[in-house]
Design a protein around this ligand. Sequence first.
Ligand code: LCS
Length: 397
Amino acid sequence: MNKDKLKIATRAIHAGQQPDPSTGAIMTPVYLTSTYVQSAPAEHLGYEYARSGNPTRTALEANLAALEDGKYGLCFASGLAAENTLLHTLKSGDHIVTARDVYGGTFRLFDKIWKQLGVSFTAVHAWNLDEIRGAMQPNTRLLWLESPSNPLLTCADIAGAAEIGHAGGAKVIVDNTFATPILQRPLSLGADVIVHSVTKYLGGHSDVIGGALVTNDEELHEQLRFLQNALGGVPGPMDCFLVLRGTKTLAVRMKQHCENAAKIAEYLAQHADVERVYYPGLVDDPSHEVASRQMSDYGGMVSVELRGDLERNRRFASSTKVFALAESLGGVESLINHPASMTHASVPKEEREKGGLRDTLMRLSVGIEDVEDLIADLDQAIAVSRDSSSSPATVAG
Ligand code: LCS
């Protein structure tokens, strides 16, 4: 049986993992060790020091690479550590073209860290290929996409954008955190590197922070592997174990996230109090066509604005009982988040608005609870939020 040909739900459970040769343990052990004994100087079993390598991490790196149809995977202490390591392939004078609508921390990394080090960037509406083409410069080294994007859920035409990026000599990066490899595999669409916050769907249970990079480019992988060790932003073995456990159920979880999110998007779209729903699965969503072409389903994230002002929308976010008001996403439990004051507070208001992110927007990470309970919860929160006497003093964040 050719293991490379196994379907993704099978790969999710088995790739990168064999029963432990010494005991037969079916689960990859958590190798809680910082060093490995050598038989003679520089003679060892492939592991020297746990920043450079750890067998639990090796299993996760192989698992994530297999899920993305990639040859090489590398894991990091967080999604931002993965991104920052990738950005270390650049030098002063280089330029990035980035989607405007990306996770606020990604924007902050470009704007507050790398810009000071001489790496400039141009933010574009990545759903518009002409805008991407117009932003490319002779010194553009990276084209950075996030699709679907956080939090507006816009989708970039990855194949079209990759052609433009490559024609300009840039590597094409896709943050695939929202889609996961179950719904979208950007390497097959022409991307050079996939970025993940494994904190989200890959981990899936809101109990771990982690990041990953996957590529098919051997030379780039060797450079990234050097940087992983030289910069040192690696995950611990227990975190790798938790993510390995998470990916085993990724396929079934994504099915339920998608099914629930589609029903919630439909429910919100027909509600008289709703100003706008953002969900690529809705047929009239601007990203529906491109999402249908490059994704197998539309994901578990839905954004919404209720009619009325910011206070009304804040009351809504503070009134849900099953949806917890919190940062993060992609876990089994449903969360609600106010991007302007929480996940995207690090993006200046003017920049947020240029990208179409309004202060009234709320983002839902739809979990895998019974969807009837989720809809009933949103329904009561929308009703409560009509009454300004229930106004909370502040929104957490
Ligand atoms: N990429 C995307 C698309 C993200 O949503 C996040 C975090 C990151 C990268 C960074 O990953 P981390 O370092 O947190 O593992 N997104 C968050 C969010 O929307 N709420 O809290 C964190």
